[in-house]
Design a protein. Structure first.
Length: 385
């Protein structure tokens, strides 16, 4: 569905109603990935502040087919069951937007099509858009949209974003994408992505990962979010990196998510850490280590991004590191026997992601490593001798 719709400004539109709609949409987006106990309480407080807050939120939840997700909050939204019961969209589970086109709920879409990567599209529908006016300086006809994309273990997915940027997700990854007239924000919450950014000097694109803001205007780069670091590799152009502001400052009555987005629309200063084509850096989420930019040669770059073609290339890494990387693409987990010889083995070669049997065959024939299944999804490796 297109993210560009005609917008008409109602006579009774106010800045408060604009903020209310923005906050309602933000709450429904959070609902999609699950609310913490603190967030549930915050939502209840917000809904109790004004009857219109509650009405706007329920309207957005119904339009986006998120009424099922309100079951945990039934004490606050008892009418959600009634709203679901009044859904006359048809027996096939499809819902209709204002222009009459059927839109199947996410749960039915996943069931019917078995996508390689599950994609949740959270877009503002025409029924809500008729009540929304442009933001200050926002071009008429262009609105904010928020989407989330996810891949399972062993999956990858290529997505064309509203501005024609190309986003590719690696195995077991999750991102939230927010586009507006002034900003392009991608929050990497899990996994790895590579992006070819469409050039737009008026709206820099920011990737948030591990407490860092990675900002570009038109370039290409890869971000790999791990437990203790964030690896950034730039393949085209230049990006700037700075820590994300933990506690954005602004009006006390402004929603924190809106305040955060407002600050992220601002360009990073030229004094921020700069990484150019053919360079990489290990970013420290805790800010305790020196973040040193290094050159990356073409062979190392090809190996690092080989996952995009469904392969994994190793160039002499220790066996422990190799099985750790392979485990990202399969539910099978590996453990090494307590053998010093195993720790000395270095692996070089090309492997298909998820091909465990092929991997074990190579280990056996080329490295004299024997595999023993010690559980349904667990394999123990030992040196055959």
């Amino acid at each position: 569905m297109s993210n560009i719709h005609p917008i008409h400004q109602p006579a009774n539109h106010t800045a408060a109603s604009e903020d209310r709609l923005e906050q309602a949409c933000a709450w429904v987006a959070r609902l999609d990935r699950g609310l913490s106990a603190d967030e549930e309480q915050q939502l209840k407080v917000w809904c109790a502040e004004h009857p219109a807050n509650r009405r706007e939120f329920l309207a957005a939840a119904k339009e986006w087919d998120k009424m099922d997700a309100l079951s945990r909050l039934s004490d606050l939204f008892p009418e959600q069951a009634a709203l679901r019961g009044n859904d006359h969209s048809g027996n096939d589970g499809a819902s209709n937007n204002a222009d009459g086109r059927g839109v199947k709920p996410l749960r039915q879409r996943l069931k019917n099509y078995a996508l390689a990567a599950s994609v949740t599209m959270l877009a503002v529908l025409a029924g809500l858009l008729a009540q929304r006016a442009p933001l200050p300086d926002e071009p008429v006809g262009q609105i904010a949209s928020q989407m989330s994309y996810e891949t399972g273990i062993g999956e990858s997915s290529t997505i064309e974003l509203p501005d024609h940027s190309k986003l590719v997700l690696n195995t077991n990854s999750f991102v939230v994408v927010h586009y507006s007239a002034k900003s392009r924000i991608i929050e990497l919450q899990r996994g790895e992505l590579t992006i070819d950014v469409a050039h737009d000097t008026s709206r820099p694109l920011s990737v948030l990962a591990g407490g860092k803001v990675i900002q570009a205007v038109g370039t290409a780069f890869n971000v790999d979010l791990r437990t203790d670091n964030v690896e950034l590799i730039v393949t085209e152009g230049k990006v700037l990196v700075a820590p994300e502001v933990a506690e954005p400052q602004g009006p006390a009555d402004m929603d924190k998510e809106l305040l955060r987005e407002k600050q992220l629309t601002e360009r990073l200063p030229q004094t921020a850490l700069a990484i150019s084509k053919g360079e990489r850096v290990q970013l420290d989420p805790k800010g305790q280590k020196t973040e040193q930019v290094q050159k990356i040669d073409q062979a190392a770059l090809a190996a690092k991004l080989s996952w995009k073609s469904g392969n994994l290339i190793f160039r002499g890494e220790p066996l422990q590191d190799v099985v750790g990387e392979i485990s990202r693409y399969t539910k099978v987990q590996f453990e090494l026997a307590d053998d010093a010889k195993l720790k000395q083995i270095q692996v070089a070669g090309l492997f298909k992601t998820g091909d465990v049997n092929g991997l074990l065959e190579v280990f056996k024939n080329n490295f004299n490593i024997e595999a023993e299944r010690v559980g349904k999804d667990k394999i123990r490796l030992k040196f055959k001798g």
